[in-house]
Design a protein around this ligand. Structure first.
Ligand code: 5GP
Length: 115
């Protein structure tokens, strides 16, 4: 068995991070190193999928649930407009291989395209 991901450890309460929203199968936290005024992470509770390509193939309804949580989180924490980023692969900046969406909002003209 491989080690649990940092996000699984947050979900279990082993690493402190406030869960700001939650659905049956996913949860939302603030990114520890924000790249925009609002920078949230929307994360499935399962770490079975490494990235969005695996998730889309394996459980498209869970991917849709992430998008709905992202919409709701952007509405709750900003004006409802947001950028949704899935870094996919180390070469694209992915560092945690437990699929997650970055929700970037608020003053995005100040932010670079990458998360
Ligand atoms: P990636 O680089 O894989 O697309 O995104 C991983 C994100 O997780 C990074 O933006 C990083 O700042 C965030 N992150 C890593 N460790 C922690 C943590 O312990 N707590 C929180 N809230 N975010 C984390």
């Amino acid at each position: 068995m491989s080690e649990p991901s940092v996000f699984t450890r947050i979900l279990r309460g082993e690493i402190p991070s406030e869960i700001v929203a939650e659905s049956e199968r996913a949860f939302v936290i603030r990114d520890i190193a924000p790249k925009a005024p609002v920078h949230l992470l929307v994360i499935p509770k399962t770490e079975a999928y490494r990235d969005v390509v695996e998730l889309a193939a394996g459980d498209p309804s869970l991917l849709a649930e992430l998008v709905e949580l992202a919409r709701d989180a952007a509405a709750a924490h900003s004006d409802g407009d947001f950028r949704l980023v899935f870094n996919t692969g180390a070469g694209a900046g992915q560092t945690v291989f437990h699929v997650h969406a970055h929700v970037l909002a608020g003053g995005l003209e100040e932010a670079s395209l990458g998360a």
